[in-house]
Design a binder for this molecule. Structure first.
Ligand code: SF4
Ligand code: SF4
Length: 191
């Protein structure tokens, strides 16, 4: 009978105080709440975010339209249509370029297998993670959404290869890189 009375007293007085003990202990700990989206913390450096189609230093596209990224994708999220460059209209230094390039972010699981498959490092992933939208169509990113911005010294394709004395020098980077804002000439000459 006495044991039953002790248990009742514990339940009535000690247990509720013990519960508040957790609250009091937590009040003096460092706050871990993140005020997103008002404060954005940087991601881990190798975080897999939105993709980017990269450029060579003269602005030509690194993508050669080979579709290896699309074949590597387990979610069937990439669609590529390649086309041939011509001397009059050149988008990439090689024979072909990606005429159509789409990534469907409704399907993409951001696994990174596509960037591993890319033979030219044309496709990489950024740290950008804000990919939500209010309609399905806008989550299919086109080539224009994915292409890297033109940096100083780059020129919007189509245009001829503008750096190095020949193709080998171009790919090996054996040329003086254009200074910021410098206008570059045709292959073999840097204006
Ligand atoms: S990150 Fe993965 S799922 Fe997304 S496009 Fe690349 S291979 Fe496909
Ligand atoms: S991004 Fe890379 S793998 Fe994909 S089509 Fe272009 S060159 Fe090929």
């Amino acid at each position: 009978m006495a044991e039953k009375k002790d248990k009742t007293l514990k339940e009535q007085f000690i247990d509720p105080v013990a519960g508040f003990g957790v609250t009091f202990r937590t009040m003096f700990k460092k706050v871990v709440t993140e005020q997103y989206p008002f404060e954005k913390l940087p991601t881990a450096p190798r975080f897999h975010g939105r993709h980017q189609l990269n450029r060579w230093p003269d602005g030509l596209e690194k993508c050669v339209g080979c579709e290896l990224c699309a074949w590597a994708c387990p979610a069937d999220a990439i669609y590529v249509e390649g086309a041939g460059n011509t001397d009059e209209e050149r988008f990439s230094p090689g024979e072909r370029y990606g005429r159509v390039y789409q990534i469907n972010y409704l399907r993409c699981i951001l696994c990174g297998l596509c960037i591993e498959a890319c033979p030219t490092r044309a496709l990489t992933m950024t740290n950008e993670y804000e990919l939500a939208d209010d309609n399905r169509a806008d989550l299919i990113y086109e080539k224009s959404d994915l292409l890297a911005p033109l940096l100083p010294g780059m020129e919007q394709p189509p245009h001829p290869m503008r750096l190095g004395d020949d193709e080998g020098a171009y790919y090996r980077g054996q040329y003086a890189a254009p200074a910021p804002g410098e206008k570059i000439g045709t292959t073999g000459e840097q204006a």
